[in-house]
Design a protein around this ligand. Structure first.
Ligand code: BG6
Length: 495
């Protein structure tokens, strides 16, 4: 439970993730009294600093990034008292030994063995060294108490993901490993399960008989920002599709789980990934397209091309946009295409899923009545302006029988007061409670890499001569429109 005494050790505590995401999320949890009374954060990093300056910098991060805005001094103090800086190079043996002494000292003070959570907020190249330390010192060997949290990127292809899984599962039990995909912590992503399995209205039509196709869009307006170094080696397919978009697809397509026990849900998701039809190398161009942004304007502001961003090669062939068509070979989804797209520097920041229904089987209306007819569409808006919208046909007011689309909408903002927890709040609290439902299991990660592997292979060997191929601030390259137009569909404007 979340009442048990807990020590959270963050490796890479000097980094951006700790500052922007982890500490603000933990502050909010502290603020809302979700943290156990006995809860301590140990930030491990190499910089020369002390508790006071470390806390001061973290406070600045909370002021800037916490959804609660500026910290309230008293609450902050209570929170800051829980944070300790631990200087050390976690790859050096002696750091581990010192850390062990420190943990045992805290536990002695509490009079019992605490749950220890080790959070790897470090580059993947250091995973091995850090986890070996934990293993050798027996720091993470108690399955009931000890947990390891691993951030993405989890490998850069199927082979490296397998190797990483072998490494980690060789040292720790799978039940101790929490692989983070922060999209799974988002309220509206979790709500997909509630919508599907808490309502009898949708599930009966949630299949190939009624659904024509599904579109998943995760569009960002930001560029690559200061992460050129990482992104050059990743690209949109690895950075977003392998994890976030495929996870959303799993939630949309999975069979109903028997319960919310971690493995029940995860088994059903893996079933989806394994049912995705493999894309043969020679057909990759029919199922996947890539793009890269050139100079343009986003929200009225001129922005440079990807190739001009810091840390990016002037002739880079890394994709900043990817669109895919996937087919799921199972009973429920046979013949229903799932179109996925994601990109940086797009026209609008929006993440949403559109379920597009088949046309009504017969129209009794006169031809003129259906001129502005559109198929029924259910939109699950993940961000921003979270909500669920269903587009239905109604009679337009007037003396004639004319049809037109209207929206029935549920907006979080209107239905519920107050702000929702951020993804990292939900996920950190789950780790503290020991609930792995929203985390990725080894086989999930590997199956997801398996889905995109053939595309990665082809893209790596066949260079593109056409980059950049979409101006910043647009909806992506023309090739993406062609991909979907071949099936006589088009990308839908956000609802
Ligand atoms: C991260 C990617 O996983 O997700 C980033 O590495 C991306 O490139 C980010 O910007 C998007 O997350 P969110 O929560 O802002 O939609």
């Amino acid at each position: 439970t979340s009442k048990e005494p807990t020590i959270l050790v963050i490796f890479g505590a000097g980094g951006d993730l700790t500052w922007r995401k982890l500490i603000p999320a933990l502050y909010n949890l502290h603020h809302d009294r979700y943290l156990p009374d006995r809860f301590v954060i140990i930030g491990v990093a190499r910089q020369e600093t002390d508790n006071d300056s470390f806390r001061l910098r973290l406070r600045e991060g909370v002021d800037r990034f916490s959804r609660r805005g500026a910290t309230d001094p008293e609450t902050w103090q209570g929170f800051a008292d829980r944070i300790f800086y631990f200087r050390g190079d976690f790859t050096a043996a002696q750091t581990g030994e010192r850390l062990k002494v420190r943990l045992e000292e805290i536990e002695r003070g509490w009079g019992e063995r605490a749950n220890r959570i080790f959070y790897l907020a470090i580059p993947p190249t250091s995973f091995e060294a850090a986890t070996r330390q934990l293993e050798q010192l027996g720091l993470c060997k108690d399955c009931g108490h000890d947990r390891l949290v691993v951030e993405k990127p989890f490998g850069r292809d199927l082979d490296s993901a397998r190797a990483l899984n072998r490494l980690l599962t060789g040292m720790f039990d799978e039940s101790q490993i929490y692989r983070i995909d922060h999209y799974l912590g988002k309220e509206t992503v979790q709500n997909i399960l509630a919508l599907r399995f808490a309502n009898s209205l949708f599930e009966p039509v949630w299949n190939r008989r009624y659904i024509d196709h599904v579109q998943i869009t995760v569009a960002e307006t930001v560029g690559v920002e200061s992460r050129g170094g990482y992104y050059e080696d990743a690209g949109a397919l690895r950075d977003m599709v392998q994890n976030h978009l495929l996870q959303i697809l799993c939630l949309i397509a999975m069979e109903p789980p028997v319960s919310f026990a971690a493995d029940e849900v995860r088994n059903k998701k893996v079933d989806v990934l394994r049912a995705i039809r493999p894309i043969p190398a020679e057909e990759v161009h029919h199922f996947a397209v890539r793009g890269q942004y050139g100079p343009g304007a986003v929200e009225g502001k001129a922005v440079p091309a990807y190739r001009e961003e810091p840390g990016v090669a002037p002739s880079s062939t890394t994709e900043t946009y990817a669109a895919l068509k996937l087919l799921i070979d199972n009973w429920r989804w046979q013949g229903v295409p799932f179109y996925l797209r994601t990109g940086k520097r797009m026209h609008t920041k929006v993440s949403e899923v559109s379920i597009v229904f088949r046309p009504a089987p017969h129209h009794p209306f006169p031809a003129a009545a259906v001129e502005s007819w559109q198929p029924n569409r259910l939109v699950l808006r993940i961000q921003p302006e979270e909500g669920i919208i269903s587009r239905i046909q109604v009679k337009q007011p007037g003396t004639r029988m004319l049809l037109g689309p209207v929206d029935m909408a549920f907006h979080y903002r209107e239905a519920f007061r107050g702000s929702s927890p951020e993804a990292y709040e939900t996920l950190l609290l789950d780790v503290i409670r020991g609930d792995a439902t929203l985390f990725m299991r080894a086989d999930q990660v590997e199956s997801a890499w398996g889905v995109i592997s053939p595309i990665l292979d082809v893209w790596e060997t066949v260079p593109t001569a056409t980059f950049p191929d979409y101006p910043a601030g647009t909806w992506g390259p023309e090739t993406a429109d062609l991909l979907i137009a071949r099936d006589r569909h088009n990308w839908l404007q956000p609802a």
